[in-house]
Design a protein around this ligand. Structure first.
Ligand code: RIB
Ligand code: CA
Length: 312
């Protein structure tokens, strides 16, 4: 079977960790590498978290450290959600896995330039690594099959009223990506906020006894608590895993082509994904934006992928 070749770019992050769990053993995906970026926490922490997750799950996937800060704006983190470590809720044992020597941006460039088959980029954190790769080597733009990203929203933001964290954390990088001409699927808060890990989901997943669900339950214990405290959500919104599930079964989402422009000049609305839902401006679409999610099918995929760790 021709597996879909992907590079996951992430900033672990509890939901990043679950996205890696969901994608990690799926037989239809070939994860060429995991690249790490500063986002939920500083790069020294997100890179350590990515290594720990891959090592703990026993996944044979190389991990590359990327950019330590956004392209232009000042760096922010989401320690209030993800904790000081960036992966609050679970303490890993000693990690045997080491970072690859190559910088993540160079890995993305070299992999795309030498690729014979199409490659999908899967950023689930700020877009700094992706944008820097495009600026450093524009030849890669025609080699990217599609960018399937978690980020943005045509509705409310989560880090400001206007903006979602991954875009807000590096709006300029998002602008580079959304103006590149590369086909984009934007999986935003509009659908990911419906993927709520509530008590029923916790009960359902706790029936699966393996190391993946043990880690999942630890992480959700922290993540769901803070999401309730901060957003009064009836469970932790599992943003990044929606992207992983979509790659496995695109039928979980309905998307709509829209012109999406990133506000990089605003003050209150910096980092907003301005999505022309009604195509009122008659501009060319720049992304396929997720507008509906089959939440039941999403959780079925998560459960199915967790079971792949039963015999490990
Ligand atoms: O807004 C949600 C996104 O920001 C997720 O990717 C989460 O991990 C954080 O990076
Ligand atoms: Ca993330």
């Amino acid at each position: 079977m021709n597996r879909k070749k992907i590079i996951i770019d992430c900033d672990p992050g509890q939901d990043d960790a679950v996205a890696i769990m969901v994608a990690g053993k799926n037989p239809t995906l070939e994860i060429l590498g995991i690249t790490v970026v500063a986002g939920n926490q500083t790069l020294d922490k997100t890179q350590k978290n990515a290594l720990s997750i891959v090592d703990y799950l026993g996944l044979d996937i190389p991990v590359y450290a990327g950019c330590t800060r956004p392209m232009v704006r000042d760096r922010i983190t989401a320690a209030d959600i993800h904790g000081e470590s960036g992966l609050a809720g679970h303490t890993f044992g000693p990690c045997k896995k080491q970072l690859e020597k190559q910088h993540a941006v160079q890995f993305i460039i070299d992999t795309l330039l030498h690729a014979e088959d199409p490659i999908t980029l899967v950023p689930i954190g700020p877009l700094t690594n992706i944008a820097m790769a495009m600026r450093l080597e524009p030849k890669i733009i025609d080699k990217i099959e599609r960018i399937v990203l978690m980020g943005g929203s045509y509705g409310l933001g989560n880090v400001t009223p206007a903006a979602e964290f991954n875009i807000f954390a590096d709006g300029d990088a998002a602008h580079v990506c959304f103006t590149s001409g590369v086909p984009i699927t934007m999986v935003g808060l509009d659908v990911t906020r419906q993927a709520l890990c509530n008590s029923k989901i916790i009960e359902r997943m706790s029936k699966i006894q393996n190391k993946a669900t043990a880690l999942f339950l630890d992480l959700m214990n922290h993540y769901c608590k803070v999401q309730k405290e901060i957003f009064n959500l009836d469970g932790g919104a599992l943003h990044d895993p929606v992207v992983a599930a979509y790659l496995i079964d695109p039928s979980i989402l309905v998307t709509k082509p829209m012109n999406v422009e990133i506000d990089i000049r605003g003050t209150q609305s910096y980092g907003r994904t301005n999505c022309d839902y009604f195509s009122y401006l008659k501009k060319e679409p720049t992304a396929d934006v997720a507008v509906e999610i089959d939440v039941e099918k999403f959780w079925d995929i998560v459960e199915q992928e967790f079971h792949r760790y039963d015999r490990t």
